[in-house]
Design a protein around this ligand. Structure first.
Ligand SMILES: Cc1cc2nc3c(=O)[nH]c(=O)nc-3n(C[C@H](O)[C@H](O)[C@H](O)COP(=O)(O)OP(=O)(O)OC[C@H]3O[C@@H](n4cnc5c(N)ncnc54)[C@H](O)[C@@H]3O)c2cc1C
Length: 370
């Protein structure tokens, strides 16, 4: 065993949004931090967004590219969601999670080894093994390496283009638009349209498959987006910046030692995890357990929600979201953001169930029992 001289209070494996947020907050608390990532300086390109009320106050407003007061949802009708939605300036968010003072190691973590008091490599603190064989012990080690893709895991996929906002005539920021003008046959898996400002003069238009096992392929979403944009009178030049999205919405481990997507912070019914990581980074940096019994039960309820989504016939998804977005915002918030709010999550799910037509209730009940 080659033991490195570096010992930190905290070793963070992975410098995506979660790992970087955790390392940043641990540094702010005065801890010594090591961050290991094969590409630690890699610039993030994904467009991240979150509900404003989910964000901790230490996230500076200069990281916001746009703040939308009331995003709209289209189901069988137009609904305004009375909840502020923030689109991040991705580069500014990454830069704000400053890692000055951390030891940065550009490498892959081969293995995270728990403390052990016996055996030839006994170390009574956790450690990280690098491919070279070097071993780095640390006071605590947190795995924020994301989730590798697998056909067993439901994924979210999307295809988007960035256009000049002058080309966008609709007055709304569209959080979720299920209108059927994307050329898909009614029996095919559904995708929705997402239209959000990225700056004062650019807008992202994206066709999204919320969750699928397997999810819709990028080329299908591209065809649907092109069809939808033609239906809405928007002509592309072919030179627009493209965003392709594909990531698992399940597969994380809800336990200490894991964080971000790896730590089950991804909401399986929305794919969102960035705000949850920012919000819990301080506590995890301090060594608190964020997986209380209530949070574990909420996590299981959310998995049930994903099962329900995957079970619903495609033509019923707009009805399902119509019932969801007709709930009071406090209920919506509890389900979407109440990571450890068990009474709120259970109340939101019951209210949603009660608001659905009988036909859908029967289908969902069968899926949940299964
Ligand atoms: C295009 C796109 C748009 C999205 N939009 C949103 C959104 O609007 N809002 C939202 O909340 N979520 C969004 N998501 C989903 C989700 O929040 C992201 O996937 C988020 O990046 C998860 O963060 P993470 O840090 O947990 O994991 P990752 O971003 O996957 O980061 C993992 C890090 O670990 C590193 N790593 C991997 N293997 C190793 C190893 N062996 N050793 C060391 N390091 C390793 C990787 O290099 C990477 O830097 C989006 C995802 C995509 C792809």
């Amino acid at each position: 065993m080659i033991q490195s001289g570096v010992t930190s209070d905290l070793i963070v494996c992975g410098a995506g949004p979660a790992g970087r947020a955790l390392a940043h907050r641990a540094l702010a608390q005065g801890q010594s931090v090591t961050v290991i990532d094969p590409r630690p300086g890699h610039r993030w390109t994904a467009t991240y967004a979150a509900w404003a009320d989910e964000l901790p106050e230490w996230v500076p407003s200069r990281t916001f590219a746009a703040v939308v007061e009331r995003p709209a949802v289209w189901t069988t009708r137009r609904i305004e969601v009375e909840r502020e939605y923030v689109v991040f300036d991705t580069a500014a968010l990454q830069d704000s999670l400053d890692l000055t003072g951390a030891t940065i190691i550009t490498d892959r973590v081969a293995e995270i080894v728990p403390p052990s008091r016996s055996g030839p490599h006994a170390l009574d603190m956790p450690s990280v093994r690098l491919p070279s064989g070097a071993v780095l012990p640390g006071g605590r080690v947190v795995d924020a390496r994301g989730i590798p893709r697998s056909p067993a895991l439901a994924e979210q996929t999307a295809y988007g283009v960035v256009i000049d906002s002058e080309q966008w005539a609709e007055p709304d920021t569209l959080f979720m638009d299920w209108r059927a003008d994307n050329g898909a046959d009614p029996g095919e898996p559904r995708s929705f349209f997402y239209a959000i400002p990225l700056s004062a003069n650019t807008i992202l238009l994206e066709e999204t498959c919320l969750a699928g096992r397997p999810a819709l392929e990028s080329h299908t979403l591209e065809d649907r987006l092109m069809h939808r944009l033609r239906s809405r009178g928007i002509t592309l030049t072919g030179t627009e910046r493209v965003e392709r999205v594909r990531f698992p919405v399940e597969g994380g481990r809800p336990r200490a030692g894991f964080f971000g997507a790896a730590g089950a912070l991804t909401h399986p019914a929305t794919g969102y995890s960035v705000a949850a990581a920012l919000r819990t980074a301080d506590g995890v940096a301090l060594g608190d357990s964020i997986w209380t019994p209530a949070a574990r039960t909420v996590n299981r309820l959310r998995q049930t929600g994903l099962r329900a989504l995957l079970t619903l016939p495609p033509q019923d998804l707009p009805l399902f979201f119509d019932a969801f977005f007709a709930l009071p915002v406090a209920r919506q918030r509890a389900y979407l953001s109440g990571r450890d709010d068990l009474p709120g999550t259970a109340a939101a799910m019951s209210a949603l169930f009660a608001a659905l037509p009988w036909r859908l209730r029967r289908k969902l009940a069968a899926a949940i029992v299964r």
